[in-house]
Ligand binder design. Structure first.
Ligand SMILES: Nc1ncnc2c1ncn2[C@@H]1O[C@H](COP(=O)(O)OP(=O)(O)O)[C@@H](O)[C@H]1O
Ligand SMILES: O=P(O)(O)OC[C@H](O)CO
Length: 497
């Protein structure tokens, strides 16, 4: 019997997971990644540490599963998106740390580009906003700031990659320089309509095309590990996708109108919008869901910046609780929010509000307000914010929501899931395998190598753990949503400058 090994290189850790043909997890290994904060607002990783962590978790997961390297049919790779590595073609060594997606060090470059009026051009070509989040300005920053980098780049001596590209380059003995459609679509350099690197944008940012990887399908053999890097065996690397897109695939959102929402530090929501890109009028990003057999499926994406991190704030900031799981009992100890709303706009508000100056607020306090109201308010806020993203998707696409599937660490909270179903008035589906990101990459690799024959076969092994059904009356739902909208508006009007 053969297995698929997925590498999930995330912001805080690198994981390797082995799956069997029935989508079961056979074994898992993970390793933390050091967060480097050179200046306030900057976040970097050491690319060599990332690569070593990949080697380590691959070895440990095989050991854990008691499998031989020969038992692995194919490897799938999924990764934190947008994070940028630039390295020297001759030495294979990075010229700078990886600049992480969260890092704001290129916000000045973005401000300038926005002031120059480039926003609409970039959006129409890439589906994205000009923001420090995406890779393009990070590459420019490295070329502008690392001594000698620009000259080397002009001579064709530098290579750029997102984390998938970097891992594959290393795994193939520094021979293969590729990425896939999903990761390319997060760089701000890729034309999502023409499906090629955009020369006009490259010129504006001063990035030579010679640095860029070849863009491949998300499900095809892009190369083989050198035996040296996979314990004596040559194994095909057959699936690549950015982590949110991999989760969409792992959740089997194969049809238009299917949505997944991941509840972690923040929430990432993606909706399959089919074969045509939809440019949002409500602050959503247009992105590539996957490309298979050179046919591309698109998605709309929206994010809630503060979700589980507001629960962490209850625990570590105001110290009202000792563990995240306490919030569930606290929230259910009340029969309603009793008019208390928490707006956790700690870093501004994302989709569809887009108000970076907004700050958090709590409304409706009375002498009877207790920590239960705070806990309930925080959990409710995650659901109201997710609702706002979903409503934006509905308005942009005019599509009915075919399914709403959830994953991520906070989905263990049953109050949260039930309240989400109630507020959306929608069935909320939680899968048995919550490692949907790694599973998505495994599916992509397995499809390319005949391990699974089709998405139909995959669908037959996808298992539902629990479906939360809406139970709230229409009038209560309306009243609660109205309260939230008033609270958000009030939070947005509180500006000290
Ligand atoms: N029982 C719970 N109730 C509410 N939130 C929770 C619970 N357990 C974990 N969380 C939140 O989920 C987040 C962790 O989820 P995870 O998917 O691991 O996040 P990430 O991948 O973003 O690090 C944390 O922010 C934590 O506060
Ligand atoms: O590493 P994660 O799971 O926090 O995901 C990061 C996202 O891909 C950033 O866009």
């Amino acid at each position: 019997m053969k297995y698929i090994l997925s590498i999930d290189q995330g912001t805080t850790s690198t994981r390797a997971i082995i799956f069997d043909k029935h989508s079961n997890i056979v074994a898992m290994a993970s390793e933390e990644i050091t967060q480097i904060y050179p200046q306030p607002g900057w976040v970097e990783h050491n690319p060599n540490q990332i690569w070593v962590s990949v080697l380590a978790v691959m070895a440990r997961v095989l050991l854990e599963a008691n499998l031989k390297p020969e038992d692995i049919k194919a490897v799938g790779i999924t990764n934190q998106r947008e994070t940028t590595v630039v390295w020297d073609r001759k030495t294979g060594q990075p010229v700078h740390n990886a600049i992480v997606w969260q890092s704001r060090q290129t916000s000045d470059i973005c401000d300038t580009l926005n002031k120059q009026g480039y926003g609409p051009l970039f959006k129409s070509k890439t589906g994205l906003l000009i923001d420090a989040y995406f890779s393009g300005t990070k590459v420019k920053w490295i070329l502008d700031h690392v001594p000698g980098a620009r000259k080397k780049a002009d001579n064709g001596d530098l290579m750029f990659g997102t984390i998938d590209t970097w891992i594959i380059y290393k795994m193939t003995g520094e021979t293969v320089h590729v990425t896939d459609y999903t990761n390319a679509s997060r760089t701000l350099l890729f034309n999502i309509h023409e499906l090629k690197w955009d020369t006009e944008i490259l010129d504006i940012l001063g990035i030579p095309a010679s640095m860029l990887p070849t863009v491949k399908s998300s499900s095809e053999i892009v190369g083989y590990s050198t035996p040296h890097h996979f314990f004596g065996v040559k194994v095909p690397i057959a699936g690549i996708a950015g982590d949110q897109q991999a989760a969409l695939f792992g959740q089997n959102c194969f049809e238009t109108g299917m949505v997944k929402n991941t509840y972690g530090t923040g929430c990432f929501m993606l909706m399959n919008t089919g074969y045509q890109p939809i440019i949002s009028e409500h602050g959503l990003l247009t992105t590539i869901a996957w490309g298979i057999d050179h046919k591309v499926t698109y998605a709309l994406e929206g994010s809630v910046f503060v979700a589980g991190s507001a629960v962490q704030w209850l625990r570590d900031g105001v110290k009202l609780i000792q563990s995240a799981s306490e919030t569930e009992a606290l929230a259910t100890s009340l029969s309603s929010n009793e008019g208390v709303y928490v707006v956790p706009a700690f870093v501004g508000l994302g989709t569809p509000y887009w108000d970076s100056d907004a700050r958090g607020a709590i409304f409706g306090l009375t002498r009877g307000t207790s920590k239960a109201h705070f806990a309930r308010g925080v959990l409710e806020a995650i659901c109201y914010q997710s609702m706002a993203v979903l409503r934006a998707m509905e308005e942009d696409t005019k599509l009915p929501i075919k399914s709403f599937k959830v994953d991520g660490g906070a989905t263990v909270n049953r109050f949260l899931m039930q309240f989400q179903a109630d507020i959306l008035n929608l069935r909320v589906e939680q899968p048995k395998v919550l490692e949907t990101t790694a599973l998505g990459a495994a599916y992509l690799a397995g499809l390319a190598t005949g391990y699974w024959s089709s998405t139909d076969e995959i669908q037959s092994s996808w298992q539902l753990k629990e479906a939360y059904l809406p139970q709230m009356s229409e009038s209560t739902r309306k009243q609660l949503i109205h309260g939230w909208q008033v609270a958000v508006k009030a939070a947005q009007t509180f500006k000290l400058k």
